[in-house]
Write a protein that binds this ligand. Structure first.
Ligand code: IVH
Length: 690
C-alpha cells in the first residue's frame, strides 16, 4: 500500500464529511454536486484498490452494501427496555408518576420535589448504535428488548447518525434513540414517489420503521430518515455524567442530534405544564410525537429505583389522547356558512377522540367527500388533532353496509349511494352555484338565506369582532326567526322590554344584553372592518387595512390598486373588498350602523404606533436559531408590537429557543411559559395562532 494513498484517503474522508455537514446540517452546500461526486468517487477508487484502507467510519459506507437475505440477530448487552405509559392523559398522569417515584424512594411528606428531565416521546423506531473507539460499528433494532436485528447498513445511510464521534470517545459507547421522519420530508418524498409511480409512505412512523427494516440498503438511503439520541446502553471506559440532562448534553457533544425540546423541572406540576405546552405546539413541530417522557434526572436515583420486569421505575410515557378513532356515519348533513358555502358534515355515532366526544366531522367539500367516498352507514376513521375541527380521514371499506344486487343474487352493492350535494340550498331553497375553478359550492340566496344572515350576525357579534357579550347562537336564531333582526344594524334598535318578552329571556338578561350592545358601539377600526364579514378579509387583513388606511372612509373609497399596495393583499382580496363596498345594500347597512352610533377610535391608524400581532407580549430569545440572527428576530418581534426581554419570568409570554438553548429554556419549562422554535415564531408573526 502506498503511504500517499493512505494520506489522500484520510484527507478525502475529512473533506467529504465536512461537505456532508454543510449539506445536511447547515443546508449550505459549499461545492457543486459534480465536484462532490468527484471527491466521493476518488475515495471509492482508492478504497477499492487498497481494501485495507476501508474504515468502518468512511463516508463511502453511507452508500450501503449489497441487499441482505435476512438480518442477523444482535444480542443486546444491556437490554433495550420499554416504558410504562400513564393511563391518564391529563395532569393526573404526571401527578401519579411523581407520587410513585416518591413512594419508591420512601421520601417523607414535605421532602423537596424530585428533579425530572422531560422530553418528547418520538414516534419512530427505537435503535441502538454501537461505537468502538469513536467509530460506528453496529446498529440494531430493539426486537424483543434482548435480541434485535442488525440494521447497520441501513443506519449508516442516515446522515444524522455520526460515523465518527467528535472529541474524546470512550472504547465502547452504545447510544439509544429514535429513527424518525419529519412530516415535511415525508411529504416531499411522497410527491416524488408518486411522480415515479411508486407507492407513497403511509405516515412518518411507518415510513421510519419500514425503511430501517429494508433488506436493501439502497431503499433506506432513498428515504429521508433522521435520528434523535435519548439514552445509552453498554459503556466501557467512560464516566457517565451524574444526570440525564448532562448525559444528553454529552451525547450532543459527541455529535448526536438531541431534540431541543427538553427541560429539567422539579415536581409534577411542572411536568404537567411541559406536557400541555408541548401538546399545544404539536402541529408546529415538524415531526410527530405522541406524548412526552419523564425521567428522574439523577442517574444515582435512577439506579436506586431500578426496574420492574421490562420497565424502569424512573421513567414514564405521558401520552396525548389518541387523535384518531373509528366510528359510524349516521347521516350526512349539509351546513350553510355565513358566506353561503355549503359544507357536507358527517353526523357520527359519538366517539371519544383527541380528548373530547365528537359527534360531527367535516367532510370539507363535495370533491373531498367523493374522493374519500364517504357514505351513510360507513365505518370511518375520524381525526381530531389539537383544536382543529374533527375530520373524516378515511372509510373502512370492508365494513361498508351492502345489500344483494337485484340482478345477481351473488353480487352485493352498497346500501347507500355516493354522496351528492343538493342543487338547492337546504336552508332557503335558492339555487347553489359552483364557480369555475372553485371547490366551494355556494348558496346564491345572499341575505335572503337565514343561514347566511345568522352567520353574518354571529360573526358580527363575536368575541374577536364587536364582542357583544350574551348574543349567542340561540338568541340570534330566535331574533332572525321572529323577524326582529335582519342585519347587524337592527341589533342597535333592540330594546330591553322587547327582548324581555322573548322566550327564555329574563328582564335582567335583556338589560345586560342591551348594555352589551351599547358598549359595542365604541369599537376599534380593525374589529369593525373584520366584523363586516367581507369575503377573504380575516382578522389579520382587517388589522392591516385599519393600520394602513387609518380612516374607514379612506378604506371605503380605496381602489384595487391602493388596496394591493398593502403587503399580503393580492388581487383576490382587493376584488372582494371593492365588490363589498360597491354593493348598495352593504353601504346602506354601514350607514345605518354609523347612524346608530357605532364609532371607532381612529388612533389605531397610521398616526399611532401599530399595535401588531404581538402587542403587549413579552418574548425571551435563547440559543441559536437556524436562520434568523438574534437581532433580526428582535426586530421582527418589536415590529409586531412585542417586547424582547433578557430574562424569563412569570411575565414572559414566549421563549423562542434555538440550538444550545440553556437555562432560560429550563426556566420556561418550570414556569410553564410557552416555548417556540423559529418556525413557531414566524407562524405566530403571521397571526396564525392564539
Ligand atoms: S427512553 C429505559 N425516551 O418509547 C427507557 N424512549 O418504550 C428507554 N421513545 O419504542 C426508553 N421517545 O423508542 C425513551 N424520549 C424518549 C423516547 C422513547 C420515544 C420510545 C422508544 C421505545 C418506547 C419505549
Amino acid at each position: 500500500m502506498s503511504a500517499a494513498a493512505g494520506e489522500r484517503a484520510e484527507r478525502l474522508r475529512r473533506e467529504i464529511e465536512a461537505h456532508n455537514r454543510a449539506y445536511y446540517e447547515l443546508d449550505a452546500p459549499a461545492i457543486s454536486d459534480a465536484a462532490y461526486d468527484a471527491l466521493f468517487r476518488e475515495l471509492q477508487a482508492i478504497e477499492a484498490e487498497y481494501p485495507e484502507l476501508l474504515t468502518p467510519g468512511s463516508p463511502t459506507r453511507r452508500v450501503g452494501g449489497r441487499p441482505l437475505a435476512q438480518f442477523a440477530a444482535v444480542a443486546h448487552d444491556v437490554p433495550m427496555l420499554s416504558i410504562q405509559t400513564e393511563t391518564d392523559t391529563g395532569a393526573r398522569g404526571a401527578e401519579d408518576f411523581d407520587a410513585r417515584v416518591r413512594r419508591e424512594l420512601e421520601l417523607p411528606d414535605g421532602a423537596p420535589p424530585v428533579e425530572f428531565s422531560a422530553e418528547l416521546k418520538f414516534d419512530g423506531l427505537a435503535v441502538s448504535l454501537r461505537y468502538e473507539h469513536g467509530v460506528f460499528m453496529r446498529g440494531a433494532t430493539r426486537g424483543d428488548g434482548l435480541t434485535g436485528e442488525d440494521v447497520t447498513q441501513n443506519l449508516r445511510t442516515v446522515h444524522d447518525i455520526p460515523l465518527h464521534l467528535k472529541g474524546d470517545a470512550p472504547p465502547l459507547l452504545e447510544v439509544r434513540g429514535e429513527a424518525y421522519m419529519r412530516r415535511d420530508d415525508l411529504a416531499r418524498y411522497n410527491e416524488k414517489a408518486k411522480a415515479r409511480g411508486e407507492k407513497p409512505l403511509v405516515n412518518p412512523r411507518n415510513g421510519a420503521a419500514g425503511s430501517i427494516r429494508q433488506l436493501d440498503p439502497a431503499i433506506a438511503k432513498s428515504r429521508p430518515l433522521r435520528f434523535f439520541a435519548y439514552g445509552i446502553g453498554a459503556i466501557e471506559g467512560w464516566d457517565a455524567p451524574a444526570t440525564h440532562r448532562e448525559l444528553l448534553d454529552a451525547l450532543a457533544a459527541f455529535g448526536f442530534p438531541v431534540c431541543e425540546h427538553r427541560v429539567v423541572v422539579r415536581g409534577w406540576q411542572a411536568l404537567a405544564d411541559f406536557h400541555d405546552c408541548m401538546g399545544a405546539q404539536r402541529a408546529r413541530i415538524p415531526f410527530d410525537f405522541d406524548g412526552v417522557v419523564y425521567k428522574v434526572n439523577s442517574l444515582a436515583l435512577q439506579n436506586r429505583l431500578g426496574f420492574r420486569s421490562r420497565e424502569p421505575r424512573w421513567a414514564v410515557a405521558h401520552k396525548y389522547p389518541a387523535e384518531e378513532a373509528r366510528t359510524v356515519v349516521t347521516a350526512i348533513e349539509v351546513q350553510v356558512g355565513r358566506t353561503g358555502a355549503l359544507t357536507p358534515v358527517a353526523k357520527l355515532r359519538p366517539v371519544f377522540v383527541g380528548g373530547v366526544t365528537v359527534t360531527n366531522a367535516t367532510l370539507h367539500n363535495e370533491d373531498e367527500t367523493r374522493r374519500k367516498d364517504v357514505r351513510v352507514g360507513d365505518t370511518v376513521i375520524v381525526r381530531r388533532a389539537g383544536d382543529v375541527i374533527p375530520e373524516v380521514v378515511s372509510v373502512v371499506l370492508d365494513e361498508r353496509p351492502m345489500s344483494p344486487s337485484p340482478n345477481d343474487p351473488f353480487a352485493r352493492t352498497p346500501l347507500h349511494p355516493p354522496f351528492e350535494l343538493p342543487a338547492t340550498c337546504p336552508q332557503c331553497g335558492s339555487r347553489v352555484v359552483r364557480e369555475e375553478g372553485e371547490t366551494i359550492v355556494r348558496c346564491s340566496g345572499g341575505l335572503v338565506c337565514p343561514a347566511q344572515v345568522k352567520g353574518a350576525l354571529l360573526h358580527f357579534a363575536g368575541r374577536r369582532t364587536m364582542d357583544i357579550e350574551g348574543l349567542g347562537d340561540r338568541l340570534i336564531e330566535q331574533l332572525v326567526a321572529g323577524g326582529q333582526v335582519k342585519t347587524p344594524a337592527d341589533l342597535y334598535a333592540l330594546t330591553a322590554p322587547a327582548l324581555a318578552a322573548m322566550e327564555r329571556m329574563g328582564e335582567k338578561s335583556a338589560e345586560n344584553l342591551v348594555a352589551a350592545i351599547e358598549k359595542s358601539k365604541a369599537a376599534s377600526l380593525a374589529r369593525f372592518i373584520f366584523a363586516l364579514g367581507i369575503r377573504n378579509v380575516g382578522e389579520s387583513t382587517a388589522k392591516d387595512l385599519a393600520r394602513y388606511f387609518g380612516k374607514f372612509e379612506t378604506l371605503q373609497k380605496a381602489d384595487a390598486a391602493a388596496l394591493e399596495s398593502i403587503p399580503d393583499v393580492g388581487p383576490v382580496v382587493a376584488a372582494s373588498i371593492c365588490d363589498f363596498f360597491a354593493e348598495a345594500y352593504n353601504r346602506e347597512v354601514i350607514g345605518r350602523l354609523i347612524a346608530a352610533g357605532v364609532h371607532w377610535a381612529e388612533s389605531e391608524g397610521q398616526a399611532d404606533a401599530p399595535p401588531g400581532v404581538f402587542a403587549g407580549k413579552v418574548f425571551v430569545l435563547t440559543g441559536t436559531l437556524p436562520t434568523l440572527r438574534r437581532d433580526d428576530a428582535k426586530t421582527l418581534i418589536e415590529g409586531a408590537g412585542g417586547k424582547v426581554s433578557a430574562s424569563v419570568s412569570r411575565k414572559t409570554d414566549y421563549v423562542v429557543a434555538g440550538e444550545e438553548a440553556g437555562s432560560k429554556l429550563d426556566k420556561a419549562g418550570e414556569l410553564g411559559v410557552a416555548i417556540l422554535d423559529e418556525a413557531g415564531l414566524l407562524q405566530l408573526l403571521q397571526g396564525d395562532c392564539q
